[in-house]
Write a protein that binds this ligand. Structure first.
Ligand SMILES: Nc1ncnc2c1ncn2[C@@H]1O[C@H](COP(=O)(O)OP(=O)(O)O)[C@@H](O)[C@H]1O
Ligand SMILES: CC(=O)OP(=O)(O)O
Ligand SMILES: [Mg+2]
Length: 423
């Protein structure tokens, strides 16, 4: 029997990550065969990372690759040409292509993408200007190049369906809010779903009893208060712009600020990509702000080391992040009534940024979070969850190597029968 390949595709704002899985039965977790990532899309040249068995490529520059669609084309070619990846020799070997779709509006569960869903998701593109359009170009590319695959969308806002009414409602006219669906959706949900399960397993607790403050810190950054395994508060809002700053995003500002920043706030952005209808205000706050605008680099690793060497601009960007993250840790501690099993760091910065973790945890020391500095500074090995807290401290601090692709693949294998395209 031919093996069934699941390709899980995660189009982030600065990277495209694809993992290749096979699966056999709906009960076993899919087996990961390879992981490939094209990163640095906001700071060209893009770079390649590839891991399959003993084969590892890291940091190879890809001068010709641009944008999420270009990254996907490169990835598919690389995978099908890898002699060692027997299971994926031809695009037709792919049974399911799972797509991380950041904004799913009212969609609350994995959904096969047909023409109708595609158009619904297209209409939501303006609400996730750095994400949806890129993901949809990949959906199109899969449709054209892998016609036998079933395309399934996994929504980044679905995990936050459990937000209590008050937490998801903006203090605006409710008639208009309802008509225009203006509410907090929240994102990074595939990551938070993965983190919840992985941390519950690590702490040997049932998911339904897990209470954590989780931080997903990557090119986009967010915080989430998770009570009894469910999201009860999260920092992103109607769009992934709200809350914490990101590589090119401002995060929360006074909503009036933009009208003092530019007189053209409401005009259509001249720079917005084809098919997108965003204003100058959305362009500036999503793509021309954040730590990239302050320092000139979108790489938070560079900012952290320069800040440590005394570069004042990088120190300011670093301190802004620490200040804003600490605000959410404090507020979510209250939301959870002080019943917190762990503070969890995840995402590119959460996993690699020892310096940032140290600064955040120091600020939260009054709540009982403390680090074991040796463990915090040690490079991560293969474990999914690592305890970096001081033994004996009131609260635990963890790093979780989150994996949105494996979250999608797991759900896909479980629901394979209902998600498969009719023959
Ligand atoms: N050593 C490091 N220390 C802190 N941050 C880092 C380090 N290396 C990479 N990063 C940050 O991680 C980001 C990528 O995070 P990731 O979660 O993969 O992003 P994406 O939003 O594209 O999914 C990079 O843009 C960079 O800012
Ligand atoms: C929702 C979001 O901001 O995602 P990413 O961090 O992958 O850009
Ligand atoms: Mg990401």
């Amino acid at each position: 029997m031919p093996s069934k390949v699941i390709l899980a595709i995660n189009a982030g704002s600065s990277s495209v990550k694809v993992s290749v899985f096979t699966y056999t039965t709906p009960t076993a977790d899919p087996t990961e065969l390879a992981v490939i990532e094209v990163a640095g899309l906001t700071a060209p040249p893009a770079t390649l990372k590839y891991a399959r068995g003993d084969q590892h490529i890291k940091g190879q520059e890809l001068k010709e690759v641009e944008g999420q669609e270009g990254a996907y084309e490169y990835i598919l070619k690389h995978l099908t040409e890898d002699e060692g990846l027997q299971e994926l020799k031809h695009p037709d070997d792919i049974e399911f292509a799972c797509h991380r779709v950041v904004h799913g509006g009212d969609y609350d569960k994995p959904t096969r993408i047909d023409q109708d869903t595609y158009h619904h998701l297209e209409a939501l593109s303006d609400l996730a200007p750095l994400h949806n359009a890129g993901a949809l170009t990949i959906v199109k590319a899969v449709h054209e190049k892998c016609p036998k695959a079933s395309n399934v969308a996994f929504f980044d806002n679905a995990f936050h369906q459990t937000l209590p009414l008050a937490a998801r409602t903006y203090a605006i006219d409710q008639k208009i809010a309802k008509r225009n669906k203006l509410r907090k959706y929240g994102f990074h949900g595939l990551s938070y779903a993965f983190i919840t399960r992985a941390v519950a397993t690590h702490l040997q607790k049932p998911t339904k009893d897990l209470n954590i403050i989780a931080l997903h810190l990557g090119s986009g950054c967010s915080a989430c208060a998770i009570q009894n395994g469910e999201s009860i508060g999260t920092s992103m809002g109607l769009t992934p712009l709200a809350g914490l700053p990101g590589a090119t995003r401002s995060g929360d500002v006074d909503p009036s600020l933009i009208f003092h920043f530019t007189h053209d706030a409401g005009k259509p952005s001249r720079k917005s990509a084809k098919g997108m209808h965003i204003t100058e205000a959305e362009q500036i706050l999503n793509k021309e702000s954040g730590w990239g605008a302050i320092t000139g680099t979108t790489d938070f690793g560079v900012i952290s080391s320069k800040a440590a060497q005394g570069d004042e601009t990088c120190k300011l960007a670093f301190d802004i992040m620490v200040d804003r993250i600490a605000d959410f840790v404090g507020s979510y501690y209250v939301k959870l009534g002080g019943k917190v099993d762990a503070l969890v760091f995840a995402g590119g910065i959460g996993e690699k940024g020892a310096q940032l973790r140290q600064a955040v945890v120091r600020k939260a020391a009054c709540l009982g979070f403390e680090l074991d500095e040796g463990k915090n500074g040690a490079p991560l090995e293969d474990e999914v969850v690592v305890d970096i807290g001081r033994q004996g401290a009131r609260h635990t601090v963890l790093v979780c190597q989150t994996d949105e692709q494996s979250e999608m693949a797991r759900e896909c294998a479980q629901e394979a029968d209902s998600l498969r395209r009719p023959a």
